[in-house]
Design a protein around this ligand. Structure first.
Ligand SMILES: *Cc1c(COP(=O)(O)O)cnc(C)c1O
Length: 355
């Protein structure tokens, strides 16, 4: 039996979107490939609210995260972490020999504008990474307020991990001044896993030109220049099947309307939070609770693995806590193309099991 996935990615992909992946291949150096990739990029510019070039990568989001910190850190990177995915960015820096320092918030707390200001005021850093939506703790960082601070430091390249939020909540990349904004296909966008997407500003491009060892496959400058020169083609063979699904799903996203999509995510989030408050406790500081997934504190000491097993028999899957938070928390994602009725259905089933 298929389990409906309420895990924070991959999530269910609509059947008509999946069907697109059975289309025949085209040559990746053909005019058709250029026009497919151009079409995808133009639609993503709307979703990202950006005029900058969109880069597609045949890697999951982690690939572009690693590429960004390696390609654009000239001096030293400040990694702001509020959980497992922020920590991942620090590990990427260290393992690529990129100088970096990590600034962590308490579990369930957010990265605050003052923290960023204090760190950048030292003058030690020319790149920062922020996790927009921390999928382990369920914190959504206040990027609009953080943007006000980052603006004061024009030499700093701002990289944003929007893997579990882009397409589910508004992120106006150009207005915010985000230099590299990264997302993956398999979360709020409701696409099959295997590719990732980033925007890249002129500032980031100029920064990358000053970095000597940018790697090869994930060198964002080479990717950018190739797209520009070769009419949206890529240096190596991309996952064309996923691109067919992407192009098609982007039409559906834009037809729904971005504001409607954000509102639907908010409604689902509010419903899950209310449910959680009445039965458990919301793990993160509620002021920063995410609109795309909810991390719930297991105040009743229930066996989460057992709950998930029983949910599985009924055709649903949720997530246990991430890392250290396993069994202490559990996570319900409300992202992609689900509706409030799907959420009600899931929560009714959880209630029945818990009774
Ligand atoms: C899922 C996730 C990632 C990792 O993305 P992949 O596409 O699996 O590489 C990174 N950051 C956040 C916040 C995520 O939720």
């Amino acid at each position: 039996m298929h389990k409906k996935l309420f895990i924070p990615g991959p999530i269910d992909v609509m059947e008509d979107v999946l069907d697109q992946m059975t289309k025949p291949m085209i040559g990746h150096r053909s005019k058709e490939a250029s026009s497919l990739q151009r079409s995808i990029s133009e639609k993503f510019q709307k979703v990202f609210y950006t005029k900058e070039q969109i880069l597609l990568s045949t890697s999951s989001g982690s690939g572009l995260m690693e590429g960004a910190i390696r390609s654009c850190t000239r001096k030293r990177a400040a990694v702001f972490s509020v959980g497992a995915f922020g920590d991942r960015w620090y590990k990427m820096a260290v393992s690529n020999n990129v100088s970096a320092d990590k600034y962590s918030a308490e579990p369930g707390e957010a990265t605050l504008p003052d923290d960023v200001d204090r760190v950048l005021a030292t003058g030690k850093y020319d790149l920062i990474t922020i996790t927009h939506n921390e999928t382990s703790t369920g914190v959504m960082n206040p990027i609009y307020e953080i943007a006000e601070v980052v603006r004061k430091y024009p030499e700093v390249v701002w990289c944003l991990d929007a893997v579990s939020s882009m397409g589910g909540t508004k992120i106006e990349v150009d207005k915010l001044g985000i230099d590299i904004c990264i997302t993956s296909t398999q979360k709020c966008l409701g696409m099959p896993p295997g590719m990732s997407i980033a925007s890249m500003s002129q500032k980031a491009i100029e920064a990358a030109k000053k970095v000597e060892h940018r790697g090869y496959y994930l060198d964002l400058l080479t990717l950018y220049e190739y797209i520009q020169k070769k009419d949206h083609q890529y240096p190596s063979t991309p996952a064309l099947s996923i691109m067919y699904a992407m192009d098609y799903q982007l039409d559906k996203i834009l037809a729904e309307g971005l504001e409607n999509r954000y509102r639907r995510h908010e409604e689902m989030a509010e419903y899950v939070r209310q449910w959680a408050r009445e039965r458990f406790k919301i793990f993160p500081n509620e002021k920063y609770a995410s609109n795309t997934l909810t991390t719930i504190k297991n105040t009743k000491g229930i066996n989460i693995a057992q709950l998930n097993k029983e949910l599985g028999n009924r055709g649903y899957a949720i997530s246990n806590g991430y890392g250290d938070l396993k069994e202490k928390t559990f996570r319900i994602s409300h992202m992609g193309d689900y509706t409030i009725d799907d959420i009600k259905d899931l929560l009714e089933n959880i209630d029945e099991i818990l009774e």
